[in-house]
Design a protein around this ligand. Structure first.
Ligand SMILES: Cc1cc2nc3c(=O)[nH]c(=O)nc-3n(C[C@H](O)[C@H](O)[C@H](O)COP(=O)(O)O)c2cc1C
Length: 135
């Protein structure tokens, strides 16, 4: 069994991840969702939200950090996922669960569960973009 520190936008930032993973008992953690709209984010932006990427994608206590992306454009999500992998994230977490109205309004999170074809395209594009990075 593994214990993950759940992502919480506005709460579980790098400081809280540092504090809680120092306490121990957490096997891996996830960034707050990183919103992807219609462009490739910069490495600097990823580093701002996930400074652990500058340290091998681990917290100071040595717990792996995974990047979570939120969006609905398969191509753009794939490009940003590939960048996150190149920056060191070993896993990409895709947010298909956030129920917040503000997030769903911009076609992100749980609202995508109503569009299984789109979900399939997102996963397919992200896999295709990320897998070569680990080969
Ligand atoms: C304030 C808040 C922010 C959250 N932000 C995220 C998020 O960025 N990404 C995500 O996948 N889940 C997010 N969640 C969901 C939590 O990670 C968790 O799955 C949810 O609270 C259910 O946890 P529980 O089963 O322990 O009650 C958020 C939840 C809360 C309360």
């Amino acid at each position: 069994m593994q214990i993950a520190l759940a992502p919480m936008e506005g709460l579980v930032d790098n400081i809280l991840r540092d504090v809680l993973t120092r306490v121990g008992g957490i096997d891996w953690c996830v960034t707050e969702f990183i919103r992807v709209n219609d462009r490739l984010l910069t490495p600097a932006y990823f580093h701002k939200l996930a400074p652990e990427l500058l340290h091998g994608a681990h917290t100071a206590a040595g717990v792996p950090l995974r990047v979570q992306l939120l969006g609905s454009d398969p191509v753009c999500l794939a490009e940003n996922a590939a960048l996150a992998c190149e920056l060191g994230s070993q896993v990409i977490d895709l947010n298909f669960g956030c129920p917040a109205k503000t997030v769903n309004k911009s076609r992100g999170g749980a609202v995508l569960l109503k569009e299984p074809e789109l979900l399939n395209q997102i996963v397919e594009h992200v896999r295709r973009a990320c897998l070569p990075i680990f080969r």
